[in-house]
Design a binder for this molecule. Structure first.
Ligand code: IMP
Ligand code: MG
Length: 182
């Protein structure tokens, strides 16, 4: 699997160091709060597991399975939330944990949906952000790495459901002018 990718865009060591920093920051920011971390699956699974263990607070964990791409590389703009939360978030401090913010529509949609459940606060933590691809203006409170407009895989991110288990972030080179992998 490693042979098909070039030099990592973000190495395993760089990931570890940055996630430790994010963990420290979130620990300080939520010290007196009632934190529930909601991971957006599948993409956030690897980042989530590392981040949650870098936060030294008695937080609660929950997840939503969301599909927005239907196997395509580009966002279809249609976000489907496939599961329900198991925890009540009313009055709690919610931190949404995402793999990557691209157009911003997934995060915008989830923020809106979760607001209706009256949490005390909602913030977003994304491992990656592609600012040049943003279509909707949405607040991302914590960002691991800002990356250029390249299609990336690994560390939870997939291409057609593969490469999520790659332990570093790699660029999928073969993309057409639309940014679609070929
Ligand atoms: P948005 O709704 O356009 O912000 O897209 C967010 C979702 O698109 C992420 O949760 C990813 O699943 C997917 N995505 C965006 N860019 C990439 C990429 O470079 N590699 C893999 N998945 C991506
Ligand atoms: Mg995906």
């Amino acid at each position: 699997m490693d042979g098909i990718f070039g030099k990592p865009l973000v190495t395993q060591e760089e990931m570890r160091a940055r996630i430790r920093e994010l963990g420290r920051q979130i620990t300080a920011d939520y010290a007196q709060k009632d934190l529930i971390m909601i991971g957006i699956l599948k993409g956030a699974y690897a980042f989530y597991a590392d981040l949650a263990r870098a936060v030294r607070l008695p937080l609660k964990v929950d997840f939503l399975v969301v599909s927005s791409y239907a196997g395509k590389a580009k966002s279809s703009g249609k976000i489907k939330v496939l599961t329900e939360l198991t925890e009540d978030i009313a009055g709690r401090d919610v931190l949404l944990v995402e793999d990557i913010v691209d157009s911003g529509s997934t995060v915008q949609h989830l923020r809106k949906t979760l607001e209706a459940r009256k949490p005390k606060s909602i913030k977003v933590c994304a491992l990656l952000s592609k600012p040049s691809r943003r279509k909707v203006d949405v607040a991302v409170d914590y960002v691991g790495f800002k990356i250029p407009n390249k299609f990336v895989v690994g560390y939870g991110l997939d291409y057609q459901q593969k490469y999520r288990n790659l332990p570093y972030l790699a660029v999928l080179d073969k993309v057409d002018e639309e940014g679609e992998p070929v």
